[in-house]
Design a binder for this molecule. Structure first.
Ligand SMILES: C[S@@+](CC[C@H](N)C(=O)[O-])C[C@H]1O[C@@H](n2cnc3c(N)ncnc32)[C@H](O)[C@@H]1O
Length: 262
């Protein structure tokens, strides 16, 4: 999905491939500002010191990793399952003059190609919902982050049970958006604990992230003509429909989590 859709998506949404954070719960700031703000909200939940090495799980095209490196003066290794994303992220690091500090590789979060305790901290910015086995990915993170190291996660959740036609919407999000691990905050916390992590904070920021759904649908509708040639009419319309329906579902939520390796 990301091999084919990253470029068209980034063209209309911006290269931060994640939801925005609007403090007021209404879209009173541009998308680019709100997506940077979401990165900053996650940054605020990361404990890492200058010179330390942080793993970025599901790095997209590298924008959050570069912000992390610049803000905290850390080294970052980003991984993604998408080779074109890794190539773009590496080019961005090069352009930013940070290619020694920030590197990107192809890799699968559920089977990390790193030794035990290789990192001081890790974050996953809107990537763990893609995991077919979230506990397995979290166990891998626990393994590669040293004892005492920090983990920060931003991700989609459902704030309650879903009934009737809304179940089809969630199914469409799973199928079309690759959202394989979708559940409540309690499910997330249970998965973190099952992976052996100490949970520090689980904050429901559904209200602050929700304008993203409206904005996403709006941008995709407005830019439909630019998206169709690369993504295809069927895919674009399916995406718009799913976003509009999710926007009508009060259970469509978002969480910020922080944890520590014991
Ligand atoms: C919604 S994007 C977020 C990208 C980036 N964190 C950002 O905020 O700009 C999800 C990312 O997760 C990556 N991803 C999906 N499944 C993965 C897996 N099994 N292992 C590693 N990365 C994965 C995708 O390639 C993509 O980069």
């Amino acid at each position: 999905m990301y091999d084919d859709h990253t470029d068209p998506f980034a063209r209309v949404w911006g290269a931060n491939l994640h939801f925005g954070y609007w403090e007021s719960g209404v879209a009173d700031a541009p998308i680019a500002e709100a997506t940077e703000r979401m990165t900053d909200e996650l940054l605020a939940r990361m404990s890492c010191s200058p010179g330390e090495h942080v793993l970025d799980v599901g790095c997209g095209v590298g924008v959050p990793a570069l912000r992390l490196a610049r803000t905290r003066h850390v080294r970052v290794t980003g991984i993604s399952t998408s080779a074109p994303q890794v190539a773009q992220a590496s080019a961005r690091a090069e352009e930013a003059g940070l290619s020694d500090e920030v590197v990107f590789h192809c890799g699968d979060a559920m089977e990390l190609d790193f030794t035990d305790d290789a990192f001081d901290a890790a974050w996953a910015l809107e990537s763990l919902h893609h995991m077919s086995d979230r506990v397995r990915a979290l166990r891998e993170l626990r393994r590669v982050v040293r004892p005492g190291g920090s983990l920060a996660v931003a991700d989609f959740i459902l704030t309650g049970p879903v009934h009737g036609p809304d179940r089809h919407t969630v199914e469409a999000f799973r199928e079309g958006g690759g959202a394989h691990s979708l559940g409540t905050i309690e499910d997330y916390v249970a998965d973190l604990r099952q992976a052996g992590l100490d949970v520090i904070e689980a904050l429901d920021v559904s209200t602050q992230a929700r304008p993203s759904l409206t904005k996403h649908a709006e941008v995709f509708r407005d830019e439909r003509h630019r998206l169709v040639p690369t993504m295809g009419e069927r895919e674009v319309d399916r995406m718009i429909r799913t976003l509009e329906r999710l926007d009508e579902m009060p259970q469509a939520g978002y969480v910020l989590l922080s944890a520590q390796v014991p």
